[in-house]
Design a protein around this ligand. Structure first.
Ligand SMILES: Cc1cc2nc3c(=O)[nH]c(=O)nc-3n(C[C@H](O)[C@H](O)[C@H](O)COP(=O)(O)OP(=O)(O)OC[C@H]3O[C@@H](n4cnc5c(N)ncnc54)[C@H](O)[C@@H]3O)c2cc1C
Length: 387
């Protein structure tokens, strides 16, 4: 529950919690070990209307707000954070982006397939040489008659090996802001999925490189006019940051629940671990930090739902939520390992997976340092929080 939830949100929370227990929990550990992908669960999220959670209902979406999208991430993230990261890449990075910024024809063509789960989607912004400095991207798109020819590569693309639809940012001019979006289908000539990456965490979320070698994209797959994508790229990044904070909340909550139960069950010196005040301190701090992250995240989601992702309040709150919730998830998961002692350090228990998954949230969607850069920049511009 949250004060930011209405009845629809609360019902959604119950539905997603049940779904996570039945569809994600049984395979989470095995898929982490094998670096598999729960494609079946992804498709079933389409049956629940969640693949297009925020998308336009006219084209198969559910038209819900960012609070709803965030709570879905928290509930799924508490059980299998890596499947949730793949879900986020599809529902927020690809589908929400298309729904908010695509033309009517583009939405008509692609949204129904993406919302139903017939197609899986990805968003490709980062490159081997352009991560934090996303506008430093080098992928070039040059117009030739009724097509664009794309050359270059993208890196770290979530769902890359499974996607049918790619929302791709490319350069169409000489300046950093000359960024244009293109919709690329997996079978387009000159496009291929490169190496799948072997990762420390989020292992059940496939990540790959994308390669564009004279890739041909029809002009009708350009989104908006040339050089106009920078603004909507930033707006969708904010929605990504708040919803990925939802995954951090899920991980932190799961770690607290697991460590608390373990501390009550396990005895040393003839007492449950829970009776030792140093263990209580770790759990009490974790609880306060999780609840603070949760309040901040849902407040940010509420502002963005009300005022849109271009609002100043949404920017400061959403950036802070991303930073604080990610740090909380990693710290809490590390403390959960400490509470489980040697057992926590083994793959027999889920807390080491929570920690490996949490670390990604301090990097993906903009690193902790970049969140601080954005907050400092806003302070420098005279934006003050809480006024
Ligand atoms: C599992 C995973 C999934 C991902 N999914 C996607 C996806 O679907 N689509 C996509 O486009 N991208 C995706 N990314 C890319 C992700 O957004 C980038 O990894 C991230 O933005 C950081 O970029 P980088 O890895 O190139 O690190 P770098 O930018 O090289 O940064 C390295 C270090 O330098 C620090 N640093 C950089 N600049 C500054 C600065 N100005 N001030 C202080 N410190 C700084 C960083 O904080 C970091 O600690 C994914 C990444 C991972 C790991």
């Amino acid at each position: 529950m949250s004060l930011f939830f209405d009845d629809t949100h609360s019902e959604l929370q119950r539905t997603v919690r049940r779904f996570a227990e039945t569809e994600l929990a049984p395979r989470a550990a095995e898929l982490d070990e094998s670096q598999g992908f729960n494609l079946d669960a992804m498709k079933k999220l389409g049956d629940l209307g969640l693949l297009g959670v925020t998308a336009d209902p006219e084209f198969g979406g559910s038209g819900m707000d960012v609070i709803a999208a965030t709570l879905v991430m928290e509930e799924l993230g508490a059980v299998c954070a890596s499947t949730t990261l793949s879900y986020l890449a599809h529902a927020i990075l690809a589908v929400n982006n298309l729904s908010a910024n695509g033309s009517r024809e583009q939405k008509q063509k692609y949204l129904p397939r993406l919302c139903s789960g017939e197609w899986i989607g990805s968003m490709a912004m980062s490159e081997p040489g352009a991560g934090s400095d996303a506008f430093g991207m080098q992928l070039q798109a040059k117009r030739q008659g009724d097509k664009y020819i794309l050359n270059g590569s993208k890196m770290w693309i979530t769902n890359g090996p499974y996607s049918d639809f790619f929302w791709v940012y490319a350069k169409t001019g000489p300046t950093k802001r000359d960024v244009t979006t293109f919709i690329v289908e997996k079978d387009f000539k000159g496009f291929r999925v490169g190496k799948k990456l072997d990762k420390f965490g989020m292992r059940a979320s496939p990540t790959s490189e994308l390669v564009f070698e004279n890739c041909e994209v029809p002009v009708e797959n350009r989104v908006g006019e040339e050089g106009t994508s920078g603004g909507h790229m930033n707006r969708n990044l904010l929605v990504e940051r708040v919803t990925i904070a939802g995954i951090s909340l899920g991980i932190a909550r799961a770690a607290i629940h697991y460590a608390t139960q373990y501390a009550k069950d396990r005895k040393q010196f003839d007492k449950p671990l829970f009776d030792f005040q140093m263990v209580q301190k770790m759990l009490a701090d974790a609880t306060a930090e999780y609840l603070a992250s949760r309040s901040l995240t849902y407040e940010a989601a509420a502002w963005i739902s009300r005022e849109g992702p271009g609002s100043k309040s949404g920017l400061m709150l959403g950036t802070s939520a991303k930073l604080f919730a990610a740090q909380t998830a990693t710290k809490v998961a590390l403390d959960a390992i400490q509470i489980l002692g040697g057992y926590g350090y083994t793959k027999e228990y889920p807390v080491e997976r929570y920690m490996r998954d949490a670390k990604l949230v301090e990097i993906g969607a903009g690193t902790n340092e970049i969140m601080r850069v954005i907050l400092a920049r806003e302070l420098d511009k005279g934006q003050l929080p809480g006024v």
